[in-house]
Design a protein. Structure first.
Lengths: 416, 416
């Protein structure tokens, strides 16, 4: 039996406990949705004021030089490179995850057209976050009519789904719904053995666990900054390309920010030599600037410690739900095996949607994902062991008291 | 002879004079670059604090509903619709101008493939802002290999450049360098007579003059919000589609924000019925939210009065340069005819680059565009007649004293 006292002891021994103070968290809330929208780093407001008041209001266009707005996507990419195992000049922060996926998908398919023109399959998991599938669909409908999207249903099927027809694989490192974590190195090896290229969607893993893009021999990666990295709502997304591929590839969203000499105002496009070729148009500077605040905090941590605490907290969550809520029929969706678990825990329940609304009313913020999935994000930098204990006590109360059984909680009017 | 006193009298009679107070302008500056980055509306900081402190920090994911983040691109589009002669539900604010051009270009080409498959030319002005050409190039290189980009050199050549081969025309309403203004209605008619489709780039016209997209029978429009609309650095861009085309078109950047039922998490894409189908991924909410501040100010103006003052100020600028600076060899690039003039004035001079640096050192902020062009943006909401008088006195001093003749001013290290 795990007790509250035991959780308190774990908090006292927590090597990351001090990081909670670096976030400005709302009162009376246990926030278990940092995998959807990360909490606000304390220094984000000050940085926003500086960008708006000094850089925009006072320095105006001079900020393109003085404040380095023009180089910000590359500087932010370099700043976060330790979090993803990237070298300098390999990463940008720009546009959205969906748009970045389109860029690298086009680059990967184009490269395969040269290398292996007979390969005509883009492979993805049916349970991918849907925008990844929609982007592949849009790409194929317009530009890859001879390519087809094949979907596999279970992570275990990947091994057989990759074959001689596979041109490109698009895969979430951590599944947005189940929390399943793919083994990056093994999967890269599998895909490369079949002469395929692999695009990693890091949305639910970056900032949640150590990532080694280069040493695992990855090809391409994209991902959100506004989830575990706490960059602010809808902040621009990351895009990484293996440097050994860089000079062999191009991408179709070839706007002026990706030009070799953007201010020569030449009428014809010439791609910048490095990762800058994946830039397109002018970036939303206020939102983009705030990305640094979240990354700043991570650079003070040891990502191995983050991973240890993440697993300890998700272990605790699973164990406590099984200990406290055994009679309520919550079905664990997330893998028990650490090797295959990201940093959120999901349980399926037929009243999942309403139960999440009831929990939100109690100040426990999780979210719901179709079908029936109650999803709880575990962010080691601002959650404690006692937070998890209390969250599970609230879950227990919601089900024990049937608090989900209110019409208002069953109406699916909400967008998230 | 125009005198300072005359300019002061014009300021006293200026029906828009009160609007200057709605902007927080830097001290000791005459800002003639609002066509590159608009000045800060006074209420922008307060709005940013609200978004960051209340919507992000306190309400967190609930803001997708409570603060209406999810619908913000469409609500902002509707808010600015009076400025572009659009109806409700026809406009979004999202992504960047370059990316929005890619979306509507793909939609237009795809529609022409059905309607007029024999048409294989995308026509544009050689002197377009280069990103427009780069995006067409990227599109063709990847997806329109049977299409070719044709460039015409002079606005007067457009009449003959449009022909039976023209599938799509991409045209800046106001040229970024020269300030040339195309006649929207006449150009739409010309292109439609040849069964072409026309994409208007409104970057240098929206907020500078009244635009009537619907009544001029336009097809597609895109444009910046961070220039005359004062939305903040790199703020997301507008995209408009004629409602009569809406249900015939699709676009390849089909991310989840453009889905008919985004939260059903279906693995297959179904486009939203209206303009939402041009949305792609999650938007940078802080930057996006600030768009409303600039538009708020414009909605209090009469755009006809804005246009009258714009023309009066650009007339004054031209006349004063000719009166005060006749001996310095400045060559007017911008059309004299009101019918063909936007809201900036450009002069060519072989020392243009260095002269702009010397002017900036004097607090007169214009910018430089290759080749030899000194560009001065005229924003009627926060510039006065006396500002123009003083700016021209500074130009006179820079050339009379050969202030441009410093090595530091001739080194092209700057990005804008």
């Amino acid at each position: 039996m795990i007790t509250l006292q035991q959780c308190e002891q774990w908090d006292q021994a927590d090597e990351l406990a001090a990081f909670k103070a670096k976030f400005d968290l709302p009162p009376n809330t246990i926030y278990l949705d940092g995998n959807s929208l990360g909490a606000m780093p304390r220094h984000a407001m000050e940085r926003a004021q500086e960008v708006i008041s000094q850089e925009w209001r006072t320095d105006l266009i001079n900020s393109w030089n003085k404040a380095g707005w023009w180089t910000l996507p590359v500087r932010l990419g370099d700043q976060m490179s330790p979090l993803i195992g990237a070298g300098p000049g390999e990463t940008i922060v720009s546009d959205s995850t969906s748009i970045n996926l389109f860029k690298v998908l086009a680059a990967a398919v184009n490269l395969q057209k040269e290398r292996h023109p007979e390969k005509k399959v883009i492979l993805a998991e049916r349970d991918s976050f849907p925008t990844d599938l929609y982007i592949i669909e849009g790409f194929n409908a317009f530009f890859g009519k001879d390519y087809r999207l094949e979907l596999f249903d279970d992570p275990a099927d990947l091994q057989t789904a990759v074959n001689e027809n596979t041109a490109v694989v698009v895969l979430s490192h951590v599944n947005y719904r189940t929390g399943y974590l793919h083994d990056m190195q093994a999967t890269n090896r599998l895909v490369h053995e079949h002469n395929g290229l692999l695009i990693w969607d890091l949305c639910h893993s970056v900032g949640a666990l150590p990532i080694e893009l280069n040493s695992s021999d990855s090809d391409f990666a994209i991902g959100c900054t506004y989830k575990y990295l706490n960059a602010g709502p809808g902040a621009p997304a990351l895009l990484w390309v293996n440097p050994k591929l860089m000079n062999q590839i191009s991408q179709p969203l070839s706007g002026w920010w990706g030009h070799k000499h953007p201010f020569a105002m030449s009428p014809s496009y010439e791609a910048a030599p490095g990762i800058e070729r994946f830039l397109c148009g002018t970036q939303p500077i206020v939102s983009l600037s705030l990305v640094a605040c979240g990354v700043d905090v991570f650079l003070q941590t040891d990502l191995q410690a983050v991973r240890r605490k993440s697993l300890a907290l998700t272990d605790l969550f699973i164990t406590l739900v099984e200990q406290e809520c055994a009679e309520f029929g919550l079905r664990l969706v997330t893998p028990r095996d650490h090797h295959f678990r990201g940093s959120h825990v999901s349980f399926a329940h037929e009243q999942g949607y309403a139960a999440i609304q009831a929990l939100i009313a109690r100040g426990v913020i999780g979210d719901y994902r179709e079908p029936e999935v109650m999803r709880f994000g575990v962010t080691p930098l601002y959650l404690s062991f006692v937070d998890i204990w209390q969250a599970v006590q609230h879950i227990k109360a919601v089900f024990a008291n049937r608090e989900w059984d209110k019409p208002a909680y069953k109406t699916r009017s909400k967008v998230t």
